[in-house]
Write a protein that binds this ligand. Sequence first.
Ligand SMILES: [Mg+2]
Length: 173
Amino acid sequence: MQNPGLSLDQVRERAARIRCVFLDIDGVMTDCKLYLGPDGMEIKAVNVKDGLGIKNLLRNGIEVAVISGRPSEAMQRRLEHLGLRHIRLATEDKLPAYREIIASLGLTDEQCAHMGDDTPDLPLMRRVGLALCVADGHPKAIAASHWVSRYRGGDGAIREAADLILEAQGIDA
Ligand SMILES: [Mg+2]
């Protein structure tokens, strides 16, 4: 759903310009839960539907980039397997990484979307042309977004956002 104050047509207009989608991991690609093993190992679950949404974007020439505060070797492998070329894990301050990636791609803020769930995402959400938030996002992230998914983080929110962007660009994926 679009945020109050913005019509769905206005959201689609913004979505039609997007050439790169930035994603947060915890709370967006996952449900934000960490299962802590006795040996210190962290387990998190990803959603295959979201993986398909990411592949659909990449297949249609829309870049997907991930910037996350937490390091995770398993997540790095998953993202590489999906075909992502821009992966910045263990990156607390997201804005410098964002600037570097869009400069390397030759894109403007208006051509970028960011999907987040919490306050560390706010600097990016306030900057990009299309700010997306998951259904169970922090109230401040919801308030900063142009559009909120019906699905929760880790439960298909990325797939829903990918469909929105592709449909706005007339692509049936
Ligand atoms: Mg998060």
